[in-house]
Design a protein around this ligand. Structure first.
Ligand code: ARG
Length: 580
């Protein structure tokens, strides 16, 4: 709807330019907002205030001229001037009802992408395989998966890339330990954290061991067959742990999405070479660097992106440059989104800039770091176990499911245990994911079981419960929530109109999530939708409606609410339940 209004304003501006009211060559960003107070219309724009000056008119005068120049549109019933010169648009309720009827009949709920479909690389999860995946990787996995799902739903081609850390000096230590304890691979590796600690201890305690670890790094880099075998075995086990976590979380990630750092090894020399031939390299203390003037340290000196160490080794940035080139040239991406800790912001800004200057990505390719904050404990401090260790993802999910199970059991003691377990799973995992998704990704976030499992507020249990309320209406009537329902939507009560306006925003909300990579926008939307549904449900009886046409209309609104909630939750990666 906002897009429609923007287009109407655009046309009015063009008319006024032709008529000489506005000067040539203006291309303002036309802003259209949802009105808070519906008695002043549904949408408002400040365009007349923005352009009054160049037009040499008072804002209200320009607003009048704009209204006269606006083309008629069946979706808009009237436009008024308000305050200093706002344009207030009233949406035509019949048009709104018709659009919702059409959405109900459409499997895609009439959601369309605002721009052309794109090929989008989503870089997500990307844990380091040397250690067990921990809570820090939760955010990248969950948020990245949520955005990827929204992009797919809008019709983009999404290529998930799990850029796992499967290379580097720490592997020497791990391989040395595997070599020393041949049986460890099968027993101790089931607990990677343990394995890592044991090898680190050997490395610190024994100079011979440390020496062997260094030899193994060299051998690994020289593609020594025995070494590669051990390394492969290690990564296989570590990746299977990750896959187990993805499955448990319901994240759409598979082994086919893994394209680890090592996959770019054979291109790193060429990356450095290419940078050299473009004249972008300088040597600094024996290391090969690209200096970019825009990035300076505290003393005002340009910061380097180091691409090759004095000893010849390559770095994290070198691999990222190779990955960008691959994503542009081989994957033909229009856009690449990096769901990585906010603390890597500078790394990405600089690496993106180097890739552009070197021509590693095509000029139109969008490169975006979708940074996220740190996950803290309920006390606001970095998330740790009681004894200070890192919290394992799997332990966390176990606890979430167990707590959800107990909560639901206390509420519904009559349900059998198998169903309670199923509900516990959906609610527990959903709560963990939703808590993360519902905050703006760039802020730090406190992990708090009580809060995320509460049935009140913007939480998974609240939304899942809201969905079951809709589902129960349809279960009682033995109807399904789709276009096979009779009748048409008619908007009469304010609760119906408010719910309908919210439902009509679904497309816009999803487009926003896709543009900004911020699933919390969808969470807020679903939470508001659930609230509006709840008032509608209280004030506009369905089963006891006065007449058949009213009942049909309300059922259709309820169906579209249920479908939108269900679809929205699915896009966030949450399952829904028919009852709980
Ligand atoms: N493995 C890295 C880490 O855990 C994240 C990699 C993110 N992706 C990338 N293309 N750099 O810090």
């Amino acid at each position: 709807m906002k897009d429609t209004i923007r287009q109407l304003i655009q046309q009015a501006l063009a008319r006024l330019t032709t008529a000489g009211v506005l000067p040539q060559g203006l291309s303002p960003a036309i802003q259209v907002e949802n009105s808070r107070d519906k008695t002043h219309g549904d949408f408002a724009s400040n365009i007349a205030m923005m352009l009054a000056k160049p037009a040499g008119l008072k804002p209200r005068e320009l607003a009048e001229q704009l209204i006269a120049a606006l083309p008629a549109d069946p979706q808009i019933s009237k436009v008024e001037i308000a305050g200093p010169g706002f344009l207030n648009f009233y949406q035509d309720q019949q048009g709104l009802a018709q659009r919702l009827d059409a959405a109900l009949a459409d499997a895609q709920l009439n959601v369309r992408k605002a721009g052309p479909a794109q090929r989008v690389v989503v870089d997500l999860s990307s844990p380091n395989l040397a250690k067990e995946m921990h809570v820090g990787h939760l955010r990248s996995t969950i948020i990245g998966d949520g955005v990827a799902r929204v992009l797919e739903f809008l019709g983009d081609t999404v290529i998930r890339q799990n850029h796992v850390g499967d290379w580097g000096t720490q592997f020497g230590m791990l391989l040395a330990y595997m070599e020393e304890n041949p049986s460890a691979a099968d027993s101790e590796l089931s607990d990677l954290e343990q394995f890592y600690r044991a090898s680190k201890k050997r490395f610190d305690d024994s100079p011979e061991f440390a020496e062997r670890a260094r030899e193994l790094v060299v051998a690994l880099q020289a593609n020594d067959a025995d070494c590669l075998r051990l390394w492969n075995r290690f990564n296989e086990i570590s990746l299977s742990h990750c896959q187990h976590a993805y499955d448990r979380l319901g994240a759409k990630l598979s082994p086919a999405d893994v394209k680890g750092e090592s996959a770019y090894n054979d291109q790193l020399a060429d990356i450095v070479h290419a940078l050299g031939s473009k004249g972008l390299l300088s040597e600094s203390n024996g290391a090969q660097c690209v200096f970019i003037d825009e990035f300076k340290n505290a003393e005002g000196n340009p910061l380097p992106v180091i691409v090759q160490k004095a000893g010849g080794g390559y770095l994290y940035a070198t691999t990222d440059l190779a990955a960008m080139r691959y994503r542009s040239e081989q994957l033909k991406a229009d856009r690449a989104l990096y769901f990585v800790d906010q603390r890597q912001a500078l790394h990405f800004q600089m690496a993106f800039e180097v890739a552009r200057r070197a021509g590693f990505v095509h000029p139109g390719m969008q490169l975006e770091h979708m940074g996220f904050g740190t996950m803290n404990g309920a006390d606001g401090r970095p998330f740790k176990t009681r004894d200070g260790g890192t919290v394992k993802l799997i332990d966390l999910l176990d606890e979430a499911e167990e707590r959800a199970y107990s909560l639901v059991k206390a509420k519904n003691p009559e349900l059998d245990d198998a169903e309670l377990r199923k509900i516990g799973h959906v609610v527990g995992i959903g709560a963990v994911k939703y808590a993360d998704l519902s905050k703006h990704r760039s802020s730090d976030y406190s992990f708090n079981f009580e809060q995320m499992l509460s049935f009140e507020g913007n939480t998974a249990p609240y939304l899942l419960y809201a969905y079951t309320r809709v589902a129960s209406v349809f279960r009682k009537l033995e109807r399904s929530m789709d276009g096979s329902l009779d009748g048409q939507i008619r908007l009469e009560a304010t609760q119906e109109i408010d719910l309908a306006s919210k439902l009509a925003q679904f497309t816009e909300v999803l487009n926003n999530v896709a543009d900004k990579g911020t699933p919390h926008i969808l969470c807020t939307y679903l939470y508001e939708l659930a609230g509006l549904f709840s008032s509608f449900y209280e004030h506009c009886p369905i089963l006891t409606a006065a007449d058949a046409a009213t009942q049909q209309s309300r059922l259709r609104l309820a169906a579209l609410s249920g479908r939108t909630l269900q679809q929205g939750l699915e896009l966030l990666g949450l399952q829904t339940l028919e009852r709980m």
